[in-house]
Ligand binder design. Structure first.
Ligand SMILES: Cc1cc2nc3c(=O)[nH]c(=O)nc-3n(C[C@H](O)[C@H](O)[C@H](O)COP(=O)(O)OP(=O)(O)OC[C@H]3O[C@@H](n4cnc5c(N)ncnc54)[C@H](O)[C@@H]3O)c2cc1C
Length: 358
């Protein structure tokens, strides 16, 4: 039997944007519920716990100037530390491996001591109980004849004055039925906006120690052959847990991929690199709640932060909040927080009368 409930705002997605939106709505005194498709929160913030510390399979860093992330971490008491930078860079091409002095790849950045997803988990823990509903994929959003919006999941119907879509736009269009109520321009834009890192696999190799540091290497490398195109030291504070990670095109993942990764790691960092304690491959393109079917074909990053995303749709009641919709820092955690801020402000101030787009 379908359940039915009414809210000021329904937030779709409990990634960092949706959670930040939910928290801001609570702070503004608005009743809201945050519907999450997966059985976990965090979205592209995902860390694998393992003693000691945790290894990030999604986002890792935040950078200078990303004040929202720094402020949120400080406010939540989430410990951060500096990315390890010291050491030389390796470059691998068809002629072999070259060592270049200094770290030419990593910019100064900060990391989350217990994994990036502590930001999401700590934020979610501060929300009123029952704000986040897991395992609740939204299937449809429609306008109601009587005003407001109707939000459907497979097991429930919710009514809201406003909806915040904290889901990458292309994914939202692939998984949620908006009927014919969005303007053709918005539909075209949303369908073609890339999902940041949606076509990427992150490979994390966990070692007993950060042996490359002993050899004066930064753990930073560029691969022009081999599956990993860019590698970094992803060890925790004081080098524990010790880890290297690399990005690969998700299309490269398949039979033989892991062996090719091990071979490349050994070519770059020597025989010790061929024996990680664990090797994890996180293929984001195969994640139903991150990547739409067309993810490998979406490449026009100039669509990030498009002005249409700042214009509430569906009679001024639907607001976009994923990182892809931010006009600055799009793709980053900072962009997700900025987009959530904008969407919440719009939901608090926009009425039917001043909406310009269907
Ligand atoms: C490998 C990788 C490395 C990265 N590295 C960095 C980095 O170092 N620094 C950085 O700043 N950023 C990085 N990013 C990007 C960063 O992770 C994102 O910017 C940020 O997490 C996006 O948050 P979001 O809330 O906008 O979207 P998401 O995290 O994608 O959250 C969307 C949420 O909506 C849910 N959802 C989807 N569809 C539905 C539906 N129909 N109904 C209900 N729920 C739904 C999803 O399950 C998900 O929880 C990286 C990302 C990846 C994948």
């Amino acid at each position: 039997m379908l359940q039915q409930d009414d809210h000021d705002v329904v937030v779709i997605g409990a990634g960092i944007a949706g959670l930040a939106a939910a928290a801001a709505l609570v702070a503004a005194g608005r009743d809201n519920v945050c519907l999450e498709a997966r059985e976990r929160i965090g979205g592209r913030l995902l860390s694998k716990a393992g003693p000691p510390g945790a290894l990030d399979l999604g986002a890792t860093w935040f950078w200078d100037g990303e004040g929202r992330v720094a402020d949120l971490a400080a406010r939540l008491g989430v410990d951060t530390f500096e990315q390890h930078l010291a050491g030389d860079t390796l470059v691998q091409d068809a002629t072999g491996v070259r060592r270049l002095p200094g770290n030419l790849i990593d910019a100064p950045a900060r990391r989350f001591a217990l994994g990036a997803d502590t930001l999401a988990r700590t934020l979610a823990a501060q929300l009123p109980a029952d704000t986040v509903r897991l395992d609740s994929p939204v299937t449809a959003v429609h306008r109601r004849a009587t005003g407001g919006l109707e939000v459907r999941t497979s097991g429930s119907v919710l009514y809201a004055q406003h909806v915040v879509v904290a889901v990458p736009p292309a994914l939202a269009l692939a998984r949620i039925d908006f009927g014919s109520e969005l303007s053709p321009e918005l539909v075209r834009l949303a369908r073609t906006t890339p999902v940041w890192m949606g076509a990427v696999a992150k490979v994390v190799a966990h070692y007993p120690s950060a042996f490359w540091r002993d050899e004066g290497l930064a753990g930073a490398a560029a691969g022009r052959i081999g599956p990993l195109q860019e590698l970094h030291d992803m060890s925790g504070p004081d080098g524990r847990p010790a880890a290297l990670f690399g990005f690969a095109a998700a299309l490269a993942v398949g039979p033989g991929f892991e062996q090719a990764v091990i071979t490349q790691l050994a070519q770059l960092f020597g025989p010790a690199a061929a024996e990680p304690e664990t090797l994890q491959v996180q293929d984001w393109s195969s994640e139903r709640w991150t990547a739409p079917p067309a993810v490998h074909h979406l490449a026009d990053h100039s669509l990030f932060g498009h002005p249409l995303y700042r214009r509430p749709a569906l009679g001024g009641r639907l607001h976009w909040a994923s990182t892809e919709t931010a006009d600055r820092y799009a793709g980053h955690i900072e962009g997700a927080l900025a987009a959530a801020e904008r969407a919440v402000t719009a939901s608090l101030t926009t009425g039917e009368a001043n909406s310009c787009s269907r």
